[in-house]
Ligand binder design. Structure first.
Ligand code: ADP
Ligand code: MG
Length: 282
């Protein structure tokens, strides 16, 4: 039996219009993600990772190629059609400081998209928001507060709760831990893992740090200068990279401060161990 991938990206190209001329940010991008899988995209800053994510979300226009979601071509959708599938494809961005509307209570941030879409009544949506806040490790009382009351890590938890509100099938995570303190990163990664175990959600997980991707993703694609230069099982790419670019990416000292680097390593080792423990007992 052949499995139809949940997401298929075929020969994707995105060319941005500049005030003078054009710039092709990504080209010949091919990959697919099966339902329930997590695929990582890694590469240095400017390699085109976010552009790929934005094209899938309909935020950047695909100038060539196709994007198929659940067997349907979603490369060019009308606003209305895009709105319909926006429930199924959610996103968590990098910066939890700018991704939440400061003027709105957490209750409204979480419930408005569902209520506006007539998916749920206000009461139903608020109930679900409470459940999700607890699932991401926050108190229900957060519903009545403004984003300004929360730390970066807590705000990212809220952004994750928002992403999971409509029971999405695919969540695109664009550097979701890069802006967080090292001690918080492992907790948030654990949360992504837990959500996947609970809901079977599919992830497209973008990061410049291969160590982060390794925690969550079975497979990874490596991007450089707008193209995929290497792809495969994450463990294989991590332990025996084929391309010089990937080797350099792995060799790059992630943090110049040895104390911070040591802390980070410790956090990751703890997380990897706890994850192995989870896998061993399940
Ligand atoms: P990454 O996420 O890997 O850091 P991006 O996808 O954000 O990379 O950017 C890839 C390239 O496209 C970069 O050179 C960037 O400057 C350029 N770029 C991104 N967005 C735009 C835009 N809206 N207009 C023009 N160029 C852009
Ligand atoms: Mg980016």
């Amino acid at each position: 039996m052949t499995v139809t991938p949940l997401l298929e990206v075929h020969d994707l190209e995105v060319t941005y219009k500049l005030t003078r001329g054009h710039f092709t940010a990504v080209q010949h991008i091919n990959f697919s993600v099966n339902e329930g899988e997590a695929l990582g995209i890694v590469g240095e800053s400017g390699s085109g990772k976010s552009t790929v994510g934005r094209a899938i979300l309909g935020l950047a226009e695909a100038t060539a190629g196709t994007i198929t979601f659940d067997g349907r071509d979603i490369t060019r959708l009308t606003r209305r059609e895009r709105q319909k599938i926006s429930q199924s494809i959610q996103v968590v961005f990098q910066d939890p400081r700018s991704s939440l509307n400061e003027a709105k209570k957490i209750r409204d941030i979480l419930t408005e998209p569902l209520v506006t879409n007539h998916q749920m009544s206000k009461a139903q949506a608020a109930e679900r928001a409470g459940v999700l806040l607890e699932r991401v490790g926050l108190d229900r009382a957060a519903l009545e507060k403004l984003p300004g009351n929360f730390s970066g890590g807590q705000r990212q938890r809220i952004a994750i709760a928002r992403a999971f509100m409509p029971s999405p099938r695919l969540v695109i995570c664009d550097e979701p831990v890069s802006a967080l303190d090292l001690s918080v990163q492992a907790h948030i990664m654990n949360l992504f893992l837990k959500e996947q175990e609970e809901t079977g959600v599919t992830y497209l997980f973008i990061a410049h740090d291969l160590a982060v991707v390794r925690v969550l993703c079975e497979r990874v694609v490596v991007m450089s200068a707008g193209r995929i230069v290497e792809s495969g099982v994450t463990e294989d790419v991590y332990t025996s990279p084929k391309e010089d670019y990937t080797k350099k990416l792995l060799a790059a000292v992630p943090h110049p401060d040895p104390v911070i680097q040591h802390e980070r390593r410790k956090a990751w080792i703890e997380l990897m161990n706890s994850q192995n423990a989870v896998l061993a007992t399940s």
